[in-house]
Design a binder for this molecule. Structure first.
Ligand code: GAR
Length: 718
């Protein structure tokens, strides 16, 4: 993934540098070099803002870091502190106005901002700020919103200081007021503030802003009085870390999006900024406050694709995760191939992990032209095919006559992959099997990754067989979300996997996602199936979905038995599955909590009991109130409480003239919840339980998908 408009847009890299010694060209040089190390996070524009002689100066432009800055620029930006940015737009278009650092000037105060993320409640906050302060917005990026909010809050805080409002450590001097400053690219004259001793106003201002923001952000603000404020959102979606460097003449503090920038600067990694933590650097000291404590939701894509392979996030090396993803793929890959080749560059370490675990030889079969980047001028549509070859060319000597497995980090729209498969066949590949580290991407991201709409996502309404056909491959093997979690190995599975499950990490973001009916499509209705045995009803659901008679997806199949045929059926259709063994849990509550975890993880909207031979307890009932349905093989309310073949025995014993099947909502009363649908089957002379079961099952296979369809369309009437 990553070519010709098929890529996920990486969204921004941030760096801050603070020198204890004083103004020197080392600071802009460090920012410049750090930005080069972070270039993979954005190639659209880059910029540096510094404080020189108490003035905020900025140089930014469209293009790559090395194209924007000259030696003279860097020398001119000699300073004690500064921030830098590389950008790939998420909100806001790709223009110089949106390039960062973005500068906001108000009387007496100038603030530069570098931002990585996306604010979900941007429109709402922007309107509030506009109404409240009659403040015009000059560009469309949510960055402007944050810097304006911060400046407003900081001014309030400074006013309080002026009034001597008794805040801890506060000094009483007000900032000097100056006229609106010139907005030229290299900054302009303004008066420095009288020094404020305490860091409290900066913490308070940022805290007040963060309380209002909903979304993902790692943000750095450079205040003209010589202060850097950096913060990471309470969920920790984006990485952000602190580094230090001691030289004979200076002590330097760094804050950067990724550790690879610290390495490039020869700095020591100190620690990650904690989710919900604010860092203030001023008066030659770094102070922090950890003010928000929420469940973390680190974007799994940082490890899967965005971050550089040599970076370490949350003490978890990106390289190790990618290798483990390959090892996980080796566990589930079922085909015979001659070689495995990575799609460079992000597929490399995964392909190595796969090769090591499977014993399949690793080859470099695709060569990437590293001199083509995203500012490359796009040719007309008909020339796109040759463009792919310009970027990525197969090595015929490696591929011809071979059964090839190719490894990519993810498939988003699938356009590139489709062309790639054809390209490999054109140079003589006998078979092309696709291995993908990231599980199917089914939902858009609103936390700063430019994932397309549901409609554009290849996997949002296709199963594995359909994806394989669409891509023209011999097979497609994805990792499961469980495998991804194992590979990440983060404590408490602290990851955001919303794009894989449709479950967004905060209620507000979830609400926002639901409200976005992009191109008339919403998250596919997701069912979780609990099945203890044969799974013919599960098969019927799958068949109905695959033949497009049922507009839903099976998110997971769970069984209480490890040998259940239902699990094999799920595996065959590339559906995630889990064996949750009740014996492993001290009680029903713990057992059901584990089931709920799986169902929530996979974004289940409805739980379907398809031959699940256990009584549902209060824990599960409460978690999916009115959204658990069961198929029962008699005409309820007759013959409640029986299971499987025993039901048909009961019916025959009772001398019934007719039997059938029922789908009902599961409540605490066994087989006693509201009936949603029934089908009748006559009892025939000479019927045995087996014969009757066979005819009832046929009806079950029609009834169950029909009732699920009612839920999908919201027409089940309960
Ligand atoms: C089906 O007949 C279903 O109605 C029944 O088990 C069978 C499962 O078959 N369910 C119950 O008895 C629940 N009380 P399957 O595994 O082939 O779908």
């Amino acid at each position: 993934m990553s070519f010709m408009g098929d890529e996920i847009r990486e969204e921004c890299g941030v760096i801050c540098v603070y020198s204890e010694r004083g103004e020197s060209a080392d600071v802009p040089y460090s920012i410049y070099n750090g930005l080069i190390a972070l270039q993979h996070r954005g190639q659209e524009s880059a910029g540096i803002s510094v404080i020189t002689d108490g003035k905020l100066s900025t140089k930014k432009n469209m293009g790559l870091v090395t194209d924007i800055f000259s030696t003279e620029d860097i020398e001119r930006l000699a300073s004690k502190m500064g921030i830098g940015h590389v950008r790939y737009s998420t909100t806001g278009s790709s223009t110089i106005e949106n390039a960062q650092p973005l500068i906001h000037r108000e009387r007496g105060l100038s603030v530069a901002i570098s931002f990585n993320g996306n604010i979900v409640n941007y429109e709402e906050l922007k309107k509030r700020i506009q109404d409240l302060h009659q403040m015009p917005f000059s560009c469309s990026a949510d960055t402007e919103l944050i810097v304006k909010m911060f400046t407003t809050e900081l001014k309030k805080e400074l006013q309080l200081e002026k009034k001597g409002n008794g805040r801890a450590g506060a000094t009483s001097k007000p900032p000097s007021e100056v006229g609106r400053a010139d907005l030229s690219a290299t900054g302009a004259g303004e008066l420095p503030h009288p020094p404020i001793k305490s860091s409290e106003p900066y913490f308070n201002a940022m805290h007040a802003v963060m309380k209002q923001l909903e979304g993902a952000y790692s943000v750095a603000l450079l205040v003209s009085d010589g202060t850097i404020v950096a913060a990471r959102d309470p969920k920790g979606f984006k990485p952000f870390c602190i580094g230090r460097k001691k030289t004979l003449v200076d002590d330097l503090i760094f804050i950067a999006s990724e550790t690879c920038a610290l390495d490039a600067l020869d700095a020591q990694f100190d620690r990650d900024i904690k989710p919900g933590e604010i860092v203030v650097v001023r008066n030659n000291a770094l102070e922090t406050r950890h003010l928000f404590h929420e469940r973390h939701a680190h974007c799994m894509f940082e490890w899967v694709y965005f971050s550089r392979t040599d970076s370490v996030i949350e003490e978890t090396p990106v390289y190790n995760v990618r290798v483990r993803l390959g090892q996980e793929l080796a566990k589930v890959f079922k085909h015979e191939v001659d070689i495995v080749i990575p799609i460079p560059d992000s597929g490399r370490s995964t392909a190595r992990g796969f090769a090591r675990a499977s014993g399949i030889p690793y080859e470099e079969g695709l060569i990437k032209n590293r001199y083509i980047h995203r500012t490359f001028i796009m040719p007309a549509n008909e020339q796109r095919k040759s463009l792919l070859k310009l970027k990525l060319n197969p090595v015929k000597a490696v591929i011809a006559g071979k059964r090839v497995a190719i490894v990519d980090d993810s498939i988003i729209r699938g356009n590139t992959m489709k062309r790639l498969v054809k390209m490999l066949r054109d140079v003589g590949a006998k078979e092309v099997h696709i291995l993908v580290s990231c599980p199917p991407v089914i939902s858009p991201c609103y936390m700063g990754i430019d994932f397309p709409t549901y409609k554009e996502l290849l996997a949002s309404d296709r199963n594995i067989a359909q994806i394989t056909e669409e891509l023209g491959a011999d097979s497609v093997t994805y990792n499961t979300t469980d495998a991804l979690q194992r590979a990440l190995a983060l404590p408490d599975n602290d990851n955001c996997m919303a794009c894989l499950t449709g479950v967004y990490p905060t209620p507000k973001i979830h609400e926002y996602a639901q409200s976005r009916k992009i191109e008339g499509k919403k998250k596919p209705y997701t069912i979780g199936v609990l099945a203890s045995g044969r799974g013919s009803n599960l098969q019927s659901i799958i068949d109905h979905i695959e033949s497009k008679k049922l507009n839903a997806r099976v998110g997971i199949v769970i069984s209480d038995r490890h040998d259940a045929q239902s699990l094999k059926r799920a595996e065959k259709h590339g559906i995630e599955y889990a064996h949750v063994d009740p014996k492993k849990y001290p009680g029903k509550e713990e057992y059901e909590k584990e089931i709920i975890r799986h169902l929530h993880d996979k974004g289940a909207d409805l739980v379907v009991l398809a031959g699940y031979m256990r009584i549902i307890g209060k824990t599960l009932l409460d978690a999916f109130k009115d959204h658990i349905i069961n198929i029962h093989p008699t005409l309820l309310p007759r013959h409640k409480g029986c299971m499987g073949l025993a039901c048909h025995e009961e019916v025959l014993k009772a001398g019934e003239k007719e039997s059938g099947c029922t789908v009902h909502i599961v409540t605490q009363e066994i087989d006693g919840g509201p009936i949603i649908g029934q089908r009748k089957v006559p009892v025939l002379p000479g019927d045995t339980p087996e014969k009757l079961s066979e005819r009832v099952l046929k009806e079950e296979h029609e009834l169950l998908p029909e009732v699920i369809g009612l839920f999908v369309r919201g027409k089940h009437g309960c």
